[in-house]
Design a binder for this molecule. Sequence first.
Ligand code: 13P
Length: 254
Amino acid sequence: MGTGRRPLVAGNWKMNGLRAHLALVGEVRAGYDPGLARSVDLLVCPPATLLHAVAEAARGSGIAVGGQDAHPLAAGAFTGDLSAEMLADAGASHVILGHSERREGHAETDALVREKAFAAIRAGLVPVICVGETLAEREGGRAIAVVTGQIRGSVPDDARPDRTVVAYEPVWAIGTGRTPTVADVAEMHAAIRAELAARMGGGAEDVRILYGGSVKPGNARELLAVENVDGALVGGASLVAADFLAIARAADRS
Ligand code: 13P
């Protein structure tokens, strides 16, 4: 964890959550006590159908709310899509972009992710730009090259460092219970920081770089202690308030 960057623990609910599950937000809110809130930022990214309700449930708590994707344009004839402006209107302050489940399942390219990040900035949202290598890329020794290439292609030139979040999520670690070694995480996060510095100069120190992929209460402390790991992007464990809060407490370095 570098100096000056507040840890951010973000929950990605993915395609999970009905109105019946909104109590989860109340439970997270109840556990986000002033001591924790002083040192760790929380972000909850529900499915878009729940954005407004989650934003209402989180109002005044300091818990930020985010979307999981956004179309590059502000409005138009794009059936089924949502714009960054719509997410902001529903109460979002952040948006996850380029998650591997969208890069793979929806054929999203770096260029498209960058356009979406432009859109987020236009709408006043903080983009959470996801990168990460596949198992074949890691085993082929190409992980660093792939991920730094994704950073080059996906992060807009005019991104404001203090309003930009990058999430490193190795594809093979998502939902599998497998995580990279601490040494591999340290190497990758340092490489991402260096790539950002080449783009942004000294401001790159302000970008928060999250680790994601099978983060659980049992491994969070170890992963979050790694240099240049400024928080976590949590999938499955974010659907259990006690687990999400335990991960948030593991991020507290105060
Ligand atoms: P899991 O924590 O379920 O592995 O998911 C990680 C993820 O994809 C968060 O965006």
